[in-house]
Design a protein around this ligand. Structure first.
Ligand code: NAP
Length: 311
């Protein structure tokens, strides 16, 4: 990962003040990194809605829950309609799994890792972006979207077999979701100038993300997570480190920027050209369409008008 020296450094100054009363949605906020971020933000006064399968923070004040199985695009669309997009200051996408050793398919016919780690984010983003943060009187910054993944790592993905039907390898399938999430940020930064978009690469953190790969509660899984736990920060430590970045004024003019585990700006993966991104996004929308969600509905933003009408 290469540092990006063009993005100004941000400072952690008075984060508490900036979070008070902020409206936040964390898609995948019930576990791991998303949960740590949700609890951190709520503890500093933000009102947080988390989306996931199992709610674990019923005792926390200021955290509300939307239950959904985001392996289904129909569920992603339902969640998008439920989210109070107009009043949101901050949206964090962090739902994810690791691809299983054998290919798994959802009821909608989509390879499961693609669906859970990437495509539901695309569906939700397309649906909420046009109305995101439009009712926040007096807001000093545009609404912000943070996409958690593994950007800047050199993965650019291949769009010719997104559903892994011709061949399936767990690592390759997961790397396509990694590439998709990086492209989601770069594409959205251009597509939606009314909001700002950032990619976060947390590095390795001890969570449950690898369960699907090693087998939940298996010896392999416990040994791996124990090792990772000894060598890497906890999700809570990461949340505390990265929390201030989420509201830092310095990044306002850097929509599309990506940040490493320390919150330092990094360069996009080489090879993510405009043409490559366009192809990957088109293939992604085509795959979502198979689940019955048409790209017309997906891209329901108004076309950008370049001409001014005089009457
Ligand atoms: N941990 C790391 O080392 C690491 C490193 C780099 C990048 N990342 C990225 O960070 C993000 C979060 O990972 P994590 O480590 O925090 O994982 P995690 O602990 O497994 O948490 C994943 C979250 O996704 C939700 N989720 C999973 N399947 C779902 C489904 N079908 N429907 C709805 N929600 C679902 C989980 O909710 P429930 O528990 O309620 O199902 C949970 O809130 C992922 O994008 C991952 O690729 C993680």
């Amino acid at each position: 990962m290469k540092r990006d020296k063009n993005v100004v450094r941000w400072r952690d100054d008075g984060v508490t003040r900036k979070l008070d009363g902020k409206q936040v949605a964390v898609i995948g906020g019930t576990g791991g990194i998303g949960r740590a971020l949700s609890r951190y933000l709520a503890s500093l006064g933000a009102n947080v809605v988390v989306v996931g399968q199992t709610f674990r923070d019923g005792d926390a004040s200021r955290i509300n829950f939307i239950k959904a199985d985001l392996s289904l695009m129909s569920e992603a669309q339902r969640v998008a309609a439920l989210l109070p997009a107009e009043t949101l200051d901050l949206v964090i996408f962090t739902t994810g799994i690791f691809a299983a050793p054998q290919r798994q398919e959802t009821a909608e016919g989509i390879e499961r890792d693609m669906a859970v780690s990437y495509l539901n984010r695309l569906v939700i983003l397309r649906a909420i972006a046009p109305r995101l943060g439009t009712q926040r009187p007096g807001a000093l910054t545009k609404p912000r979207v943070f996409v958690i993944g593994y950007p800047g790592s050199g993965q650019i993905g291949t769009s010719d077999d997104l559903n892994a039907e011709k061949s399936y390898k767990a690592f390759a399938a997961h790397m396509n979701t990694v590439a998709g999430n990086e492209m989601l940020v770069l594409d959205a930064a251009k597509r939606y100038p009314q909001a700002t978009f950032f990619g976060l690469n947390p590095g390795l953190i001890k969570t449950n993300i690898r369960d699907n790969f090693f087998g939940k509660d298996s010896l392999k899984s416990r040994v791996m997570e124990a090792l990772i736990g000894m060598l890497t920060p906890t999700a809570d430590a990461y949340a505390e480190r990265i929390g201030p970045l989420l509201v830092a004024p310095e990044i306002e003019r850097h929509s599309g920027a990506l940040f490493n585990r320390k919150g330092q700006a990094i360069l996009p993966s080489p090879g993510l050209t405009a043409e490559h991104i366009r192809k990957f996004m088109t293939a992604s929308e085509a795959l979502v369409a198979r689940a019955g969600i048409q790209s017309a509905a997906l891209s329901n933003e108004k076309p950008v008008s370049t001409s001014t009408h005089h009457s």
